[in-house]
Design a protein around this ligand. Sequence first.
Ligand code: SAM
Length: 249
Amino acid sequence: MSPPHKFFVAGEQIVADKVTLAGSDVSHIRTVLRLKAGDSIQVISDSDKRLTVRLVEVKTKEIRGEVIASETVNVESPLAVHLGQALIMGSKFDAILRKSVELGARSVTPLMTERCVTKTHQRAAERKIERWNKIALESCKQCGRTQIPKVADGGVATLETFCRDNDRQDLKFVFWELEEKRTLKDIAPNTQPRSVALLIGPEGGFSQAEIASAREYNFQTVSLGPRILRVETAAVVALSQLQSLWGDL
Ligand code: SAM
């Protein structure tokens, strides 16, 4: 059985079969988990490998271990999904982030759009970026992913920036409750898409100008059916449907 405690480390912390842990991982291992030399942990380093590492030396500033087993895992979707999610009230963005990680999103970008509820959101959101990245890391540990999605990599973005940055994705969608015809089931790409960018709006939805702007960047408007879904429902349904059509659900 694999050891239950998972740690993500940077590639340079693994040299041959030696692993060095530093920073907050040390206090977590020593003080919270009270692990000692001889105990094992699981180490992941942004690859498809999951390592079982036996602790060799547990010091106050650094922990050293050795790799005793390596297993190749295939938990990352072949479809790289990039979600542009408008900022929303309270802790709902956090919830969407957790579910997006579980549903295999490769990146999540918070967006400031016209109808985001308050304009003070931008500064508050910047302060939240560190916390969002911790949420993504914890969700990865929980669901067993080996690659931590990028969250707010370039900070809080505008819709235009997101569209421009995702210009090269194979498929590009803006989910819009006023789209009456096209659903994802109507999309028939010639080849298996490997990447997709999607936009989900805030509580008040996207403005007509934003839809026009996304269309200029060749984002297609798509419907999630005849009912208006709450933002958090829309994100989960869209991601599930995308993974089901072209990913690994
Ligand atoms: N303000 C809108 C209204 O009341 O008519 C609803 C916006 S909805 C709560 C928030 C976001 O979820 C939308 O911007 C859209 O991205 C997505 N969404 C919700 N229901 C949808 C649907 N039926 N089709 C496509 N997108 C939907």
